[in-house]
Design a protein around this ligand. Structure first.
Ligand SMILES: Nc1ncnc2c1ncn2[C@@H]1O[C@H](COP(=O)(O)OP(=O)(O)OP(=O)(O)O)[C@@H](O)[C@H]1O
Ligand SMILES: O=C(CO)[C@H](O)[C@H](O)COP(=O)(O)O
Length: 407
């Protein structure tokens, strides 16, 4: 006898069904569907013939993908994003203290490291890195993201970064906004197709190295040689499996060394480019002064304090992996965050709810890495665009039945 429980956050008038090869079990008017059958379920990691479906109720899970290599600012970005929606993001209450999941009122952020199919020892034995698709279970990732998007809770595995082992699973309920962050959110076509919006953090090698040194030497006690060796060892797989995902992203935040200081090798002043795909549903790219024009702007004058090497903005249309894009670029850093309002007031399509909201968010998190340059600025803007996308998607869904009635 097999017993299966489906938790759904869909409305009470939604219908859930589970199809096995021999029968379809149907349940309506229930938030929790419990059923039993004599069918045998195949292993969780095998190709399961059980298909679980819930009809759309009045709730909707919007799925966002965030891809980047390790140590490239995903956690910092997530903290900025969840702050836009309000409330604190915390690990599941009473669960595994080493859980990688962060839950707030509106958002649940799951880390795709949890879909590593090989633990640290397993990878060592097989001679593969965590970036290698063979070390990850994309079938399970797809099944579970699809279930959450359909309003069904899942038992997600946990990869424990402290022990390097795969821990017992944790229950993840469908949130309003599900963020899947990690190495491979856009690698598998099936998972990619589930994303309502995708972001890639493209940190150039020079900058990645500077950040790694800062964190792993200062905070984790690693040596310079071991950091260099770890970056070199990951590079072939990074180039093969992680980097190519940027072609699918709706927005890319590219972080490069500054061009304002000739031959700069400190990596402290950054040139950051926000590459925004045109024609993405529910997403209108931000622009500077005049949409579609090519602009170069040095705002350092009476209203913005700029010490050496100053700040330079650029904006214009471009092409990226054959796609039409708009690129907003900022090279340099802010001296005074409160003056950011001057820059904000020259940008359009920011999806703010009130004048100065970007500046307010930046001031709120002035202590986060990147708050004085384009990384923090553009991450905050993307956070506001995601809020807008969520509001558009959910309002479209709730408006749809009305339209049908009218017709
Ligand atoms: N915008 C930034 N400017 C300067 N340094 C940054 C920035 N973002 C991140 N860093 C540096 O990189 C480190 C890693 O950042 P973060 O923890 O956000 O990355 P991550 O991608 O989540 O890493 P991991 O996957 O390894 O957990 C930070 O401790 C900080 O030193
Ligand atoms: O690329 C990574 C993503 O965070 C990690 O290196 C990967 O998850 C393996 O983790 P660990 O080094 O803790 O075994």
């Amino acid at each position: 006898m097999a017993v299966c429980t489906v938790y759904t956050t869909r409305s009470l008038n939604s219908t859930c069904s589970i199809s096995t090869p021999s029968k379809t079990y149907l349940s309506s008017h229930q938030k929790q569907l419990v059923f039993s059958s004599t069918d045998k379920r195949t292993s969780r990691r095998g190709s399961s013939p059980w298909v679980i479906n819930c009809s759309a109720g009045d709730s909707q899970t919007v799925v966002i993908g965030l891809a980047a290599d390790s140590g490239c600012g995903k956690s910092t970005f997530m903290r900025r994003l969840t702050s836009v929606f309000g409330g604190a993001a915390e690990p599941p209450k009473g669960g595994n203290p080493d859980s990688n999941t962060l839950i707030s009122d509106m958002t649940t952020v799951i880390c795709l490291d949890d879909y590593h199919s090989l633990d640290r020892t397993g990878r060592k034995e097989k001679g593969v890195t965590a970036l290698d698709p063979r070390a990850n279970d994309f079938d399970l990732m797809y099944e579970q993201v699809k279930a959450l998007k359909s309003g069904i809770a899942v038992q997600k595995p946990i990869y424990n970064h402290v022990t390097g082992l795969l821990d017992p699973a944790e229950l993840i309920k469908p949130p309003k906004i599900l963020v899947i962050e990690g190495l491979h959110p856009m690698f598998d076509e099936r998972v990619r197709d589930l994303l309502d919006f995708s972001i890639y953090l493209d940190i150039s090698n020079e900058v990645k190295f500077a950040w790694k040194i800062q964190r792993d030497m200062a905070e984790r006690g690693h040596s310079l040689e071991s950091i260099k060796a770890s970056i070199e060892a990951r590079k072939p797989d990074f180039d093969a499996y992680i980097d190519p995902q940027k072609q699918y992203a709706d927005a890319v935040i590219e972080v490069l060394p500054t061009q304002l200081i000739p031959d700069d090798n400190e990596g402290k002043v950054l040139r950051v480019r926000l590459i925004m795909k045109e024609g993405v549903e529910h997403f209108s790219p931000v622009y500077l002064f005049d949409e579609g024009s090519t602009i170069s702007w040095i705002p350092c004058g009476r209203k913005l304090t700029c010490s050496y090497p100053g700040i330079k903005f650029s904006y214009g249309p471009d092409s990226y992996f054959g796609n039409e894009v708009s690129i907003l670029e900022m090279d340099g850093q802010f001296d005074r965050l409160d003056e950011l309002i001057y820059v904000e007031s020259h940008l359009s399509n920011l999806s703010t709810k009130f004048y100065g909201e970007v500046t307010q968010q930046m001031l709120k998190h002035a202590d986060f890495p990147g708050s004085n340059n384009g990384t923090g600025f553009f991450q905050t803007i993307v956070g506001l665009k995601i809020r807008d996308l969520y509001e558009q998607i959910t309002s479209t869904k709730t408006a749809a039945p009305l339209e049908a009635t009218k017709a």
